[in-house]
Design a protein around this ligand. Structure first.
Ligand code: PRP
Ligand code: GUN
Length: 178
């Protein structure tokens, strides 16, 4: 039984199921970006680092990677919708085809703001991919183009997602039990 700080974790998505779904997402991205000469894959740190590492290895197209480090002000389990860019991407995306990758879409506040932050730089194509979508929590009108799994309204850890910075290294996705 996995625990973090004495709280029990219950397995929601097994490592093998993530692996299978990431492969499928890779095929979907390949199909939609088939004519791309050089795809730019942008991950949001920190949460996206594991998903992005697995996803890019399933996209058999010429691509470059970059990361945008964003943090939301405040330490609660809830996104505050007050986003700070800790580190911008280094690559110029004007006229380029871009795939924005994150671990989870929850209220939508983070991805909606970052999508707009990149869109105004005029990429020729900008799509979004998330492993997890907690649809019922959405506060703004935003959906990703590629979604791994729709998940219930539970606080999740593992596969890049943290609870107070712990748990990112768990190979599956777990719900923190009450
Ligand atoms: O849809 P939202 O409600 O905005 O929530 C989603 C965001 O929250 C998490 O990031 P977090 O701020 O926990 O930082 P992290 O990436 O370092 O884990 C996650 O990685 C998403 O970026
Ligand atoms: N770790 C973690 N971060 C989140 N950010 C938004 N939703 C979640 C969640 O369920 N778990």
């Amino acid at each position: 039984m996995e625990t973090i700080r004495g709280k029990r974790l219950s397995l929601l998505i097994k490592e093998e199921d993530i692996k299978k779904r990431v492969k499928e997402l890779g095929r979907e991205v390949e199909r939609d970006f088939a004519t791309s000469k050089e795809l730019i894959v942008v991950g949001l740190l920190k949460g996206a680092f594991i998903f992005m590492a697995d996803l890019v290895r399933e996209i058999k197209l010429p691509l470059k990677i970059d990361f945008l480090w964003v943090s939301s002000y405040g330490q609660s389990m809830e996104s505050s919708g007050n986003i700070k860019i800790v580190k911008d991407i280094d690559v110029d995306i004007e006229g380029r085809e871009v795939l924005l990758v994150d671990d989870i879409l929850d209220t939508g506040l983070t991805l909606k703001e970052i999508y707009e932050f990149l869109r105004i730089r005029n990429p020729s194509k900008l799509k979004t991919c998330v492993l997890l979508d907690k649809k019922e929590r959405r506060k703004v009108d935003f959906n990703a183009d590629y979604v791994g799994f729709e998940v219930p309204n539970l606080f999740l850890v593992g596969y890049g997602l943290d609870w107070g910075e712990l748990g990112r290294n768990l190979p599956g996705v777990y719900a923190v039990e009450d």
